[in-house]
Design a protein around this ligand. Structure first.
Ligand SMILES: Cc1ncc(COP(=O)(O)O)c(C=O)c1O
Length: 374
């Protein structure tokens, strides 16, 4: 029997966000159009300074995407053929793709079954004399165990890159994501807590020399113009994006707090339900880029919610070690059991700040209708 959705709840509603800040956004865009300064300039420099301050890191270098933030960081460390870079088996593709694009070899570590982040207890076993860096992902907006990960990196003298694409403003024991490792890589993809009107990225670092190297690499290694000391690429952030992001950055904490309140309401409504709620590590500030449930019949639940007008997403259906393009690395199903189980069972619910309590109650009721039938 066809079901009638009582309301529509999309996974994300960027039109609602725009309606809230329209005047400031339109002004910012017009400011750039009037200035005709589209590449570099005060908007980009202003955003770099503001993100550096926000992340508690002295330097921030804007670039074209979160993927490029990872790639430029690896290039800045001279990662290349013969180098291994350790990362999580359960992440967005870029965390591993960037390693191969830099010329290195990805080495995967299984996920912690509660946070879905890289399991720090398995990290040390993945380090070899060829390891040059670790890319530690802060999945869904919650930092991985940076104390444990950094201790292993320091012990083995390998670089630590934080993939904070989903975690701007997240904290580990009071320190902002991106301020603990050698680099913090951020994405401004529109669905992120701080999302642009297109692609964008940023790299934070405490090391001034490395920040200068990143600036060179993102502009074909040229300084002065047309004199190339390095082979870099074109990975600049547009002034239009920077202007939009500067407006949004002023609202970021309010939005992330609202996401956390939405998560708390879901948590309460799922009390006693036959599902696993997201685990929040008490040592973190979780910014809830995603609110991810874990259920055995994930695909059934997804269909049930789609029929009721509710948007959901699977982040991610295939763990990285089993992606077809990585077949030459020789992994088999069963090699990373936690990442593989997560890929079968996770489902992200709408969590965006503009959600009303009524929408959250509706989503939770529909979930429980499926997981806890009377
Ligand atoms: C964990 C993670 N790393 C890297 C990226 C890449 O960012 P971008 O899409 O801006 O290239 C993303 C984007 O979704 C991500 O979630």
């Amino acid at each position: 029997m066809p079901v009638k959705a009582q309301m529509q709840v999309p996974l994300l509603d960027l039109k609602a966000q725009y309606a809230d800040i329209k005047q400031d956004m339109d002004q910012a865009v017009h400011r750039v159009l009037d200035s005709a300064r589209f590449i570099g300039g005060p908007e980009v420099v202003g955003l770099e300074e503001e993100v550096a301050r926000y992340c508690g890191c002295p330097h921030a270098v804007a670039c074209a995407s979160g993927t490029d933030a990872l790639l430029l960081s690896l290039r800045a460390l001279d990662v290349g053929p013969g180098d291994e870079v350790v990362t999580s088996a359960f992440s967005f593709f870029a965390s591993a793709g960037a390693i191969v694009n830099a010329g290195g070899r990805p080495v995967f570590v299984d996920a912690d079954p509660r946070t879905f982040n890289l399991d720090p207890h398995r990290l040390e076993a993945a380090i070899t004399p060829l390891t040059k860096a670790v890319i530690a992902v802060h999945l869904y907006g919650q930092c991985c165990d940076l104390t444990a990960v950094k201790a292993v990196c320091d012990k083995h003298q390998v670089f630590l890159i934080e993939d904070a694409a989903q975690a701007i403003g997240a904290e580990w024991e009071g320190r902002r994501a991106g301020s603990v490792g050698d680099f913090g890589c951020f994405s401004f993809f529109p669905s992120k807590n701080l999302g642009g009107a297109g692609d964008g990225g940023m790299i934070t670092t405490r090391d001034e020399a490395l920040s200068e190297r990143l600036r060179l690499l993102r502009e074909h290694g040229a300084r002065p113009k047309y004199y190339h000391s390095l082979i870099g690429t074109n990975s600049r952030l547009d002034a239009l994006q920077a202007a939009v992001l500067r407006v949004k950055l002023r609202h970021l904490d309010r939005w992330s707090e609202k996401r956390a309140r939405n998560a708390a309401l879901y948590d309460q409504l799922f009390e006693g339900a036959r599902l696993a709620r997201p685990f929040k590590d008490p040592r973190t500030r979780h910014i809830y880029n995603q609110y991810v449930l874990r259920v055995p019949d994930r695909d059934g639940l997804r269909r049930h919610l789609t029929d009721r007008g509710i948007g959901t997403e699977i982040y991610y259906p295939v763990p990285l070690h089993l992606q077809t393009c990585f077949a030459p690395l020789g992994f088999q199903a069963g090699d990373m059991p936690q990442a593989e189980a997560a890929a079968r069972e996770v489902l992200a619910l709408p969590i965006y700040p503009e959600l009303t309590d009524q929408q959250i109650r509706y989503v939770a009721a529909c979930v429980r209708e499926f997981t806890d039938p009377l």
